[in-house]
Design a protein around this ligand. Sequence first.
Ligand code: DX5
Ligand code: ZN
Length: 219
Amino acid sequence: MSDILICPSMMCANFANLENEIHQLAHAGSDIFHIDIMDGEFVPNFGMGIQDFELIRKSTNRLVDVHLMIKNPSNYVEKFADMGADIIYFHPETDLHPTKTIDKIKGLGKQAGIAINPGTSIDSILELLPLVDFIMVMTVNPGFSGQKYLDFVDNKINRLLDLKADYEFEILVDGAISSERIQSLSALGVKGFVLGTSALFGRDKSYSELITEFKAYNK
Ligand code: DX5
Ligand code: ZN
C-alpha cells in the first residue's frame, strides 16, 4: 500500500494561532495543506481568504492545494498559481469549459484536480479522467465542516477505483472523513484524505499521534 496523503483542511484550524498550526501540522507529517476558497454562490458559505492562503504558502515548503468552490473558476486559476498553489481543484459543475481550465492549470505548471459534488455522476466527467492528476470526491455537500458522511457516495468511489486502473489520476475524499474511513478507504486504494473536524482538528490527541496512526493503516 503506497503512502496515503494527509491533507489538513485548514478552514478547521485554530485561526488564533494559524502559523503555529501550520508548523505543527507540517512537523506531524501532513502532506498537502488544503485551502477551501468559497464565493457564497457556488456554495452558501465563505471559506478562507487570500491572506490565509498567502500566510500558509509562506509558512511551509509542504505542498499546498486550493479547492475552488466558486463559479467561473477559470477566472482565478492564474491568481492561485501565481500565489504558489501546487495543486488546483475546481468543480466542473460550474465550468462550461472544464477541459480548457485543466489545460490552463497544467500550462501554468501546476497539477490539476477536479472536485465533484455528491450528486455529480461519473458518467458526466468520464472525458475528464484522462486529463486530470487528481479526482476529489466530495463526501459531504461542499462548503461546511462538521457535516455527516454521505454513504451513497461510496458507490461512486468504488466505480472510480475500478476506472483508475486505466488512467493516471489519484483519488482523494473530502468531507466528514473519520479515522475509520481513512482505514477502510485507503485499503481500497483511495490515496488522499482531506481531514477536518471528523479526524484531525479538535481531537483529544496531538496532530503527530493522529497522523502517525493514519499513516500506519494498511502498512
Ligand atoms: C467540505 C469542508 C471540508 C471538510 C472538513 O467542503 O470544507 O474541508 O468537510 O472536514 P470535516 O467534514 O471532517 O469537518
Ligand atoms: Zn475542500
